[in-house]
Write a protein that binds this ligand. Structure first.
Ligand code: ADE
Length: 246
């Protein structure tokens, strides 16, 4: 007998990415859940018997900005596991896509097969593969099809821009989306053997003329709104299902 999913952790980096979903589903902030030195915040709902917690990376104390990229993502994932013991971890956020591979602004993708790093280059025997990570993710092709989302390999790095070397590594994959957290979270999920998927909404097209940062700012609201719509679908889809049924 397969067991229905009881607890889900959704890890998100930016407040603006999370706000539409938090508001639409009335997630409420859990008070004093993490050590007060940490920026992470937790928001919770019970959705028809499933405990769903959004763990937000929170605000950097020194810079007063959202904590983004792999450092906070790793810590959020660890806290999610320690505090909530989820049956499933989802990393929801935004990403860059490639127009030449069919991406459009506001498309929402689900991770496919594995998550890798494109900027951890360690050309030493064995460490080359270690650096790339290639952490597994759950086969969520049924979920993707049901909710009208595309599948893509997810490639993680710590920069919003891209170097020619990063691009050459990313170009091995198709389709692919580029973002800044998933591999860090997938690593923690892999350590604890917790199934993992990433859901990523496209804010910018890396292979067009415009500067990534301008496109990101311009399209963050539309991408976050589309992310909310698809994540609502994901949450509804999870109700009553086991991991094997996703
Ligand atoms: N998040 C949104 N767009 C991105 C990009 N181009 N690179 C990395 N992370 C992103």
């Amino acid at each position: 007998m397969t067991k229905p999913i009881e607890k889900v952790a959704i890890i998100m980096a930016m407040k603006q990415e999370a706000k539409p979903l938090i508001e639409e589903y009335n997630f409420y902030k859990l008070p004093k859940i993490f050590d007060e030195e940490l920026p992470m915040e937790a928001y919770h709902i019970d959705k028809e018997g499933i405990d769903i917690t959004i763990i937000l990376n929170g605000t950097d104390r020194d810079f007063q900005l959202d904590c983004v990229a792999t450092q906070p993502a790793t810590l959020s994932a660890f806290l999610a596991v320690q505090h909530f013991r989820p049956d499933l971890i989802i990393n929801a956020g935004t990403a860059g896509g490639f127009a030449q591979r069919g991406s459009e602004i506001g498309d929402v993708y689900v991770s496919h097969k594995y998550i890798r790093y494109h900027d951890r280059r360690i050309p030493l025997p064995g460490f080359d593969k270690y650096g790339m990570g290639n952490y597994p993710c759950l086969n969520a092709s049924r979920l993707a099809q049901k909710l009208g989302m595309k599948l893509a390999n997810v490639s993680t790095g710590n920069s919003l821009d891209i170097t020619p070397t990063d691009l050459a590594i990313i170009n091995v994959e198709t389709p692919v989306v580029k973002e800044m957290e998933a591999a860090a979270i997938a690593w923690v999920a892999h350590l604890y053997r917790i199934p993992f998927i990433a859901v990523k909404s496209i804010t910018d097209l890396i292979d067009n003329e415009q500067a990534v940062e301008q496109e990101f700012i311009k399209n963050l609201a539309i991408a976050s709104n589309n992310l909310k719509k698809k994540m609502m679908g994901v949450i509804d889809y999870l109700v009553g299902k086991s991991i094997e049924e996703l």
